[in-house]
Design a protein around this ligand. Structure first.
Ligand code: FAD
Length: 352
């Protein structure tokens, strides 16, 4: 129930306005976001990498409907790539050897409508599943999206940096996979997708990705999806997670096992052990600020661990999805707001 409320709040423009101007909101967002500026994002990536982690960097933003805003977001990604390539670690190694970027296509203009009479994009499509697929409605400006994302991919290719495409809600699943399938056919192979274990179609999609040799990050899924497309109960989502994670580990290309769930992580480790899959053939991925204890433990055990490190001022929807995953996180809001409000004096500097 609380999960649904937080996910609904994450989509509310009014709540977004109110929350982002509330006292203490910046302090609160820092729990899961590295900062607002590029330098802060890069500094956080450096800290992770110097501590032994890999990182993937995300410039926060989604559901962009203006072409100028989408172009500006792509420009920021290009600056990020240049920083990752230009900065060196204490040993002289460039930061890019341990860090890449993650992109949301709706930030790049995926939902911008196509001009009238635009033909559908040419090239292959991603094979559709037998179940759990909703038809794509509307026509979108794929030419704009291709050009905008293409600028990032071309720079990433020049600099030798991998690009991951995050996965958003069910309205974007097939369109995102079709778009990436076309990029793949054009020869962009240093790119990867994200699959969500709550979706009924995910095993099918994992098999398609494996057959292409495309890298997959597997997560449980962060949106509110109906029974037509998604498994509704946690045990079912978890069972599917283990099933798809093991399929990716056995037959896929360097999968990212993205979860903070120690049961999922132990199942993956056990599978690797029994199947003699070397730790260099997969990685664990976790979100910045979430289960740092577990991140450290896996690192100590010798696993590759990548930390998803977001920055930027558009933190509200991302932050609310983190609340949805663990409503207990909401106590951070209460504490931080109290600390920075006049009531802070009454409750003491710690807000308690
Ligand atoms: P859960 O069953 O939700 O949680 C297991 C345990 O992990 C909880 O009991 C708690 O201890 C801890 N935990 C989980 N979340 C939190 C939190 N926010 N704060 C504190 N503790 C927490 N989703 C998408 O839909 N698309 C994406 O592209 C995407 N990319 C992701 C990239 C990475 C690297 C990760 C780690 C997640 C990503 N997600 C994405 C989010 C994902 O779908 C889940 O919503 C999120 O990871 C919570 O699921 P879980 O696997 O951690 O398991």
């Amino acid at each position: 129930m609380l999960r649904e409320i937080f996910i609904a709040l994450s989509e509310s423009a009014t709540m977004r306005r109110i929350s982002m101007s509330a006292p203490g909101s910046k302090t609160v967002s820092r729990r899961f976001v590295a900062g607002e500026k590029l330098e802060e994002g890069i500094a956080a990536v450096r800290r992770q990498v110097e501590a032994g982690y890999f990182a993937t960097m995300d410039y926060l933003g989604e559901s962009v409907t203006s072409r100028d805003e989408a172009r500006a977001a792509a420009d920021m990604y290009i600056r990020m790539l240049e920083q990752l390539a230009g900065q060196t670690l204490p040993g002289g190694e460039p930061l890019k050897t341990r860090a890449n970027v993650s992109i949301k296509l709706t930030q790049m203009g995926q939902d911008i409508p196509a001009p009238p009479n635009t033909p559908p994009p040419a090239g292959p499509t991603w094979p559709q599943p037998e179940r759990g697929m909703i038809p794509v409605e509307g026509r979108f400006d794929d030419v704009f999206l291709r050009d905008n994302v293409g600028r990032i991919l071309d720079r990433a290719r020049e600099l030798g940096i991998f690009v991951r495409f995050d996965m958003e809600s069910r309205f974007h699943t097939q369109r995102t996979l079709d778009f990436i399938r076309r990029l793949w056919a054009e020869g962009y192979h240093d790119i990867g997708i994200v699959l969500q274990s709550y979706l009924l179609r995910t095993e099918h999609d994992a098999r398609v990705a494996n057959s292409l040799g495309m890298r997959v990050r597997l997560c449980k899924g962060a949106y509110q999806e109906p029974p037509e497309v998604a498994i509704q109960d946690k045990p079912g989502v978890d069972r599917n997670y283990v099933k798809v994670a093991t399929l990716l580990m056995a037959e896929g290309n360097y999968p990212g096992i993205a979860t903070h769930d120690s049961t999922m992580i132990r199942a993956a480790i056990e599978f690797a052990r029994t199947q003699q899959i070397d730790r260099s053939r997969f990685e664990f991925q976790m979100l910045y600020g979430v289960r740092r204890d577990l991140q450290q433990q896996l690192l100590k055990e010798g696993y590759n661990v990548r930390v998803y490190t977001p920055f930027g001022d558009a933190w509200y929807p991302y932050f609310m999805r983190r609340m949805a995953e663990r409503p207990g996180n909401a106590m951070f809001i209460v504490n931080a707001v109290l600390r920075e409000s006049p009531l802070g004096g009454i409750f003491g500097r710690n807000g308690r």
